[in-house]
Design a protein around this ligand. Sequence first.
Ligand code: 5AD
Ligand code: SF4
Length: 448
Amino acid sequence: MQTFYIETFGCQMNAHDSEKVVGTLVAQGYRQVPKPEEADLVLYNTCSIRDKAEQKVFHRLDDFKRNGKGKVFGVLGCVAQQEGEKIFDRAPHVSMVAGSASYAKLPEMLVQLEAGGRRVTGLSLDNDQAFETPFTKRDNPHRAYITIIEGCDKACAYCVVPFTRGPERSRTSESVLNEARELARMGYAEIQLLGQNVNSYRDPSSAGWDFARLLRAVGEVDGIRRVRFTTSHPRDFVKDIIDAIDDNPVLCNHVHLPVQSGSSSVLARMQRLYTREEYMRRIDWMKNARRDITITTDIIVGFPGETEADFEDTLALLDEVEYDSLFSFKYSRRPNTSALELADHVAEEEKSRRLAILQEKQRAIQIRRNSASVGTIEEAFVEGYNQATGQWIGRTSENRTLNFVHPQLAAPGEGATLVGSTRSVRVTRAGPNSLAGEAVVPVSDDRL
Ligand code: 5AD
Ligand code: SF4
C-alpha cells in the first residue's frame, strides 16, 4: 500500500482528527490522493450524530462492494466506535474499524493491514489521554484547530457522543500553549480551540487551569490575531469566559451556546442539566458585555414528548435571544441513548412541520439583524476569493461572512492577494446568511 484517500463527515473535531490521521499516514510514507479510485487504502472518517449522517458511510462502502478489488478499506470515527465489528459483517470488504480514542495506535494498525490483516480493530475507549501527534497536516493555511479536550462526560438523552468518543480527557495547558506558539511561528493567524464541551476543560497538570484561564493565555500568544472556541455547554459556561472576551479583542466576540429547546420540561427530559431561566442568565451576561457578542445555537425539534406548547416556548426563545444563526435538526433516534426509552415519539411529518416553522422564523430574525449592519464598518479577515462573484471572502470576528470588493485589487494575481490579511469593509448589503460590502481604503494609503 502506498497511496490513501480519506473522506471526512461530521463536526470540526472529526475534521481535525482527519488532519492528524493524514499527518500520521504521511509520516509513515503514504501519499494522499484526491480520488478513492486512485488509492490503495480508502478511509472514511465517520459521523453518527444523526441517522442520516451514519447512512452516508454505508452508501459509500456499497459503491465499492463490487469494484473495490485490490483496495483496502477502513472505517474510522464515530460510526466505527458505535458499530464496531458489526461493520465487518455488513461490509465484508472493510479491513479496519477504529474509533477516535484509538488513533494513537494507528501506526500499529497500519502494520497489521500491511501484513494482510483482514479485521484490524481499535475500539477501546479505555484511554485517559488525548491524542497528540507532531504530524498534523492542516488543511487551512491561516486557521488552525487545536484540540483541548476530547470526549464527553454528560449524558444528554439523545446523544451518541459519550458512546463514540468516550469519557473526557483534557490536554495540559502547557502542551496547548506550546502548540499555539508553534502555530503562530508558522504564520497561522487564527486558532480554534476544540472540544465536545470546552467549558469543562480542566488542566490535568498541577497548574489546574480552567477553560477561561486557558482561553486568556491563548489570546496572549504573540502573533495570533483571532481565537475562537467550540462547543460550549450551558451548564459549564461561566461568566469568566465573557470577561475574558471583554478584556481582549483577539478573542472573537462570538459564542456558540447550544440550547436544544426553549422548554424547561423538554430540557429536563433531555437531561441537559439547566432550565430555560438558567440558560437565559448566560445570554444576559453576553448581552450585557462591553463588546457586541454574537450568539448562535443548536436546536432539536420533535424530541420525544415535545408538545405544541413546548415547541411554542422554543419559538418564543428565538424572539427573546435573537440568535445570529442557528443549526436546527429533527430528533433522530440513536443507538444506546436513553431517549429511546421515552414515550410519545413525535411523528416524522410533525417534526418536519416544526422544523420548517422554526427555520422560517429564524430566517426573518437574521434578515433583520444583518440589515442593521448595513452602513457600518467591520474588520474582515480575508479567507479567499470567489471567482464567480469577483468578491473577496471575509469573516468578521463575530463569525459573519462578509464578502467584499476592493477598489484597487479586483482579483488576486501576480503575487498580490488580500488572503490572510484583515481589512476594513463598509457593509452595503445584507442577506439572511451573509453581508456584502466594499473595502475602505484611505485616500492617503496607496498600499493594498
Ligand atoms: N437527533 C437530532 N439532533 C441531534 N443532535 C445531537 N444528537 C441528535 C439527535 N439524536 C444535534 C444537537 C447537537 C448537534 C451537534 O447535533 O443539536 O448540539
Ligand atoms: Fe458526529 Fe458527534 Fe462524532 Fe462529531 S462527535 S463526528 S458530530 S457523532
